[in-house]
Design a protein. Structure first.
Length: 397
């Protein structure tokens, strides 16, 4: 076969990588016992092929010393990105639901540490990462990111890929839940969101459901004739299914989604979406950027600095998770019994429910106004002579 590309590897005597005409993969070329050996790396990416070639050389060196080739030389060159891939596979095998949300944090870690050798990672490297990320993320979010990094390192250590594990710093969190959206704010945000997220957001505001529960809701979970939605246990964070009645605005939302379930492809093929909330049939996915842009457009933002072009650096002052807090508060305000509200939102314990059912500033103002009105009414009544006192006074005369 004709060689169309050759890339020398390392120092002289360490062979090279070649590609042949009509073959996409790279081949490793090296010398063994005075003879040239050619061996496929089964890799089309040059960087991955170089790793495979290095592994062949390490195994050859071990063989020359009379030892059975060990995977250690290869393991020593594993990157943080590869460890994160292993962690994802481990989470999937164990059925860890949290990975669906953790993927975003893992992607952030990968952009910083992805190509770095895991055995060369130091606590100082992690501290520099934390300092840089705190400019854009809250301490709780940074902890989620470094927590995934630590989990990947521990998994590699248990499997023998790493001989030791570094200590990963954890920041103190002050993750007080206090964000709310009033109806006027919600309408502004919804108007600024893409179409596929508008009913998704309205549903969350009404039911206080979690984002992941909404994203996995299928039409097979909706009993339109019976007027109920049954969330399956495997799609619930706490592993408990629950039922919600389709009434009021919820019915309007679901009827609108029912009309949007049919999709027409470019070739004219009509298909039906299985998901209630979808983006051209696919899951909504990660929409943090869309949510942030909508909040900024709605005026729900805070300025945290200046961009390179001199414009204000704005970040949203509301989270999508604030819809859950708002939904719970709306139910309590509407007079829904707390036990029923907990069944709808999916809270198992009263203590966790109370963390979401936070009294807002407007609630406090309304309470003080009601108290003032009550006291004023008492003052007015005190100026009227009590009936019993009038009778006693007449008798005395």
């Amino acid at each position: 076969m004709k060689i169309i590309e050759r890339v020398p590897y390392g120092k002289r005597g360490e062979g090279s990588l070649v590609r042949y005409e009509g073959v996409a993969t790279w081949f490793s070329v090296y010398c063994q016992r005075g003879q040239e050996r050619r061996r496929t790396t089964a890799k089309t990416d040059l960087k991955a092929a170089r790793k495979a070639h290095r592994g062949f050389l390490d195994a050859l060196a071990a063989e020359r010393q009379g030892h059975t080739p060990l995977p250690a030389p290869l393991a020593a060159r594993v990157t943080v990105g590869e460890l994160l891939d292993q962690l994802e596979r481990d989470f999937q095998l164990r059925g860890v639901k949290w990975w669906a949300q953790a993927k975003y944090h893992a992607a952030v870690v990968r952009t910083w540490f992805g190509d770095q050798r895991a055995d060369k990672l130091t606590p100082a490297d992690v501290d520099r990462y934390i300092e840089a990320r705190l400019a854009d993320y809250a301490p709780a979010s940074v902890n989620r990111q470094t927590g995934l990094l630590a989990a990947a390192l521990r998994l590699a250590h248990r499997r023998g890929t790493l001989t030791s594990v570094i200590a990963v710093r954890r920041l103190p969190e002050r993750n007080v839940r206090q964000g709310f959206l009033e109806r006027a704010d919600l309408d502004k945000v919804v108007a600024a969101l893409p179409d596929y997220l508008q009913d998704f957001t309205r549903f969350a505001y009404l039911t206080a459901w979690r984002r992941g529960e909404l994203a996995t809701l299928r039409w097979s979970d909706v009993d339109r004739s019976g007027g109920v939605i049954r969330l399956r246990p495997e799609h619930s964070k706490n592993g408990r299914g629950r039922t919600v009645a389709i009434e009021g605005d919820l019915r309007v939302i679901l009827e609108r989604r029912w009309q949007a379930r049919q999709l027409k492809d470019e070739d004219g093929t009509v298909r039906v979406a299985e998901l209630v909330f979808h983006r051209r049939g696919a899951p909504a996915g990660d929409f943090r950027k869309a949510w942030a842009a909508a909040c900024v457009e709605a005026g729900l933002y805070q300025v945290v600095g200046v961009n390179a072009d001199g414009s204000e650096k704005r970040i949203p002052s509301r989270l999508f998770h604030d819809l859950r807090r708002s939904g719970i508060r709306n139910m309590v305000r509407a007079g829904v019994r707390e036990r029923v509200a907990m069944e709808i939102s999916g809270h198992r314990t009263r203590s966790i429910f109370d963390r979401y059912n936070i009294t807002s500033e407007d609630d406090l103002r309304e309470a003080m106004q009601r108290t003032s009105d009550y006291i004023s009414a008492q003052t007015t009544r005190s100026n009227v002579t009590p009936f019993r006192s009038a009778v006693v006074a007449g008798t005395a005369q």
